[in-house]
Design a protein around this ligand. Structure first.
Ligand code: F6R
Length: 604
């Protein structure tokens, strides 16, 4: 989703902006641009509807300024055109603005204040920059005009960076709901939506809050809070090694990230389990969950799918009822809560706007919460009561793989911690450390079967228009995730289905040649899922299976090692991730940057 970068100070702005945008590409975008201002009055606006590499080619050597702003756009209002790409500018080209978020009342503002103004784009953002210009023309200072404009925005999300050509070294910054950080450099300061964009300039960042309006200059940063008072904001250090986000020798990040999963399991085990296999989770967190009467798990997409597994683990190991919710639905449902709820937010990025909206509601009610995320100091992490980090290393490919398995492993560790604290025998007897070692080994053996999986992708999926994953219980939850992986990167329409439910309607879609993959890892339901798979074969489906070793038959396609029933998703998902990868690759698609998608979904 949209990424923003800005810099002002003693360095070449162009290089910092463009390399920052390169780092943000993984979030998904459809156009990009930069504006660079120079104290001598010359300035440059360069935009493209192509890639950042195209943007780089369009920038001439004369663009040498030391202050500027840049943007990757993921279209919300208006198509993918140069005119709609940011930075947007005022009619007299004095003000330039980049924006991540959505202005909900932009049409009303346009109608009310900007009659007669010529608009060159269809964006909601242009309304904001034209408003600022209008208020300045009426006699306000830039700061007052910016504040007044912000006060007119209703129900909106934004991370803005504004430049005024009459103050070439100053960047005005404002944030509400959308992520935004200010980085403190040596002789220069930077602004960005994700610290990864600016780690080659600084590792020290300032945490700005919703409602803040900041003035960033080369040697100072002034933060004004929502009431207009100057505020102190805490700094934090980001210690991610920038080389961890290199692709190395892999053709795509997704394959690298799939291959990293065995090590992520080992790392989580080492980080969160002691020698004897007991969890080393913060005692206050364990107590807070132990004292609750119901656990509410909230997430979106793949994280929601990981939550479905977490519910089963938490209920079995702790005895506390748990429910899982799609964040965007839960946010506005006004749900009836139990007396002592505890919230768990699952979010790889820690920035998902839908999940964050639920957290805002939770915090208003002063309820305890935990964020399980891959990104330290992300918005959800900062705003929830507790944080557990996935320790999976940066996940760059849009399709989430290692974050999903890391979330499931960490949920299991958390469930064991709470279960042990409650004296639950299921938790006390669960050899999680040993099982995670089996999982890591098992993942390793599956990722080594790439050639066979590539062949199956070619034979079954590349030409398919639709596919089904089916399973029961925990296998059903993996079916949904497996189908999501396939559709998002290979554009094959895929569904995950409860295998018993298929015959209640959806089986009508099965045609000769439709691939149907059964996931079978639970002894209690293996026979039933096999029957349901047979029912599709009888109607012409090309069936495949992902089966736990102890339940396997000679005709099964993928046999995964035996592991505890609560951990089987960690293995059964791996062939599905690789099938999606190779289907996309064989179709000649961009595996890491699928169409229409964004890595970090910062609008609701
Ligand atoms: C799919 C995928 C998305 C994300 C979802 C939530 O591969 O990555 O479905 O899981 O957008 O994102 P996070 O986990 O960052 O909250």
């Amino acid at each position: 989703m949209c990424g923003v970068v800005g810099v002002t100070g003693n360095k070449n702005a162009t290089e910092i902006l463009v390399s920052g945008l390169e780092k943000l590409q993984y979030r998904g975008y459809d156009s990009a641009g930069i504006f660079v201002d120079q104290p001598d009055g010359t300035d440059y606006l360069v935009k493209t509807t192509g890639s950042i590499a195209d943007l780089r080619k369009k920038i001439g050597p004369e663009v040498q300024g030391t202050a500027g702003i840049g943007h990757t756009r993921w279209a919300t209002h208006g198509g993918v055109t140069i005119e709609n790409a940011h930075p947007q500018f005022s009619s007299d080209e004095r003000f330039y603005l980049v924006h991540n978020g959505v202005i909900e009342n932009f049409q009303e503002l346009k109608d009310k204040y900007l009659q007669g103004v010529h608009f060159h784009s269809q964006t909601d953002t242009e309304v904001v920059v034209q408003l600022i210009d209008k208020f300045v023309k009426e006699g306000m200072s830039t700061q007052d005009a910016f504040n007044k404009t912000l006060s007119l925005l209703e129900n909106s999300s934004y991370a803005f960076m504004l430049m005024d050509r009459e103050e070439p070294e100053t960047i005005y910054v404002a944030k509400n709901k959308s992520p935004m950080l200010i980085g403190l450099g040596d002789g220069c300061n930077v602004v960005c939506s994700d610290s990864i964009a600016m780690l080659n300039v600084t590792h020290t960042f300032l945490e700005i809050q919703d409602g803040d309006m900041c003035i960033v200059k080369p040697d100072e940063v002034i933060v004004n809070d929502a009431d207009g008072n100057v505020a102190e904001r805490e700094t934090f250090e980001v210690s991610v090694d920038p080389s961890a986000s290199d692709k190395g020798t892999y053709p795509y990040y997704m394959l690298k990230e799939i291959d990293e999963q065995p090590n992520v399991m080992r790392k989580l085990s080492a980080e969160y389990l002691d020698e004897a296999g007991h969890p080393t989770i913060d005692a206050d967190l364990v107590d807070a969950i132990k004292d609750s009467d119901r656990i509410y798990i909230v997430g979106a997409g793949t994280s929601y799918h990981a939550g479905l597994v977490g519910k089963m683990q938490l209920e079995k190991l702790t005895g506390i009822p748990a429910e899982v919710h799609v964040a965007s639905e839960f946010a506005y449902e006004d749900p009836l809560l139990s007396e002592k709820p505890f919230f768990i937010f699952l979010s790889q990025s820690g920035e998902t706007a839908d999940s964050r909206q639920v957290l805002v509601n939770v915090n208003k009610q002063k309820l305890p919460s935990l964020t399980i995320t891959n990104v330290a100091n992300s918005t959800l992490s900062r705003e929830s009561t507790f944080t557990l980090l996935l320790q999976a290393g940066p996940e760059i490919s849009v399709a989430s793989t290692k974050a999903y398995t890391a979330q499931i492993a960490l949920e299991a560790i958390l469930a064991k911690a709470v279960g042990e604290a409650k004296g639950q025998s299921a938790a006390l007897n669960f050899d999680l450390k040993g099982q995670l070692a089996v999982v890591a080994q098992g993942m390793q053996s599956i990722v080594e079967e790439k050639n066979e999986i590539n062949q199956i992708a070619e034979d079954y999926f590349v030409e398919a228009n639709q596919a089904f994953y089916i399973g029961r219980g925990i296998d059903y939850t993996v079916s949904i995730e497996a189908a999501l992986k396939l559709k998002e990167i290979s554009y094959v329409h895929a569904e995950g289905f409860a295998s018993g439910e298929l015959k209640h309607g959806t089986i009508a879609l099965i045609e000769p040649g439709t691939p149907v993959i059964g996931i079978i890892t639970q002894a209690g339901t293996a026979g039933l899922t096999r029957s349901n798979l047979e029912e599709t074969a009888a109607r012409g489906a090309k069936t495949l299976s992902i089966v736990k070793k102890s339940l396997a038959r000679p005709e099964d396609t993928f046999v995964i090692p035996d592991v505890d029933e609560l951990l089987t998703p960690l293995l059964s998902v791996i062939p599905a991730q690789l099938l999606a990868y190779y289907t996309s690759l064989n179709k000649g698609l961009n595996v890491d940057l699928p169409r229409n998608l964004a890595k970090s979904v910062t609008v609701e």
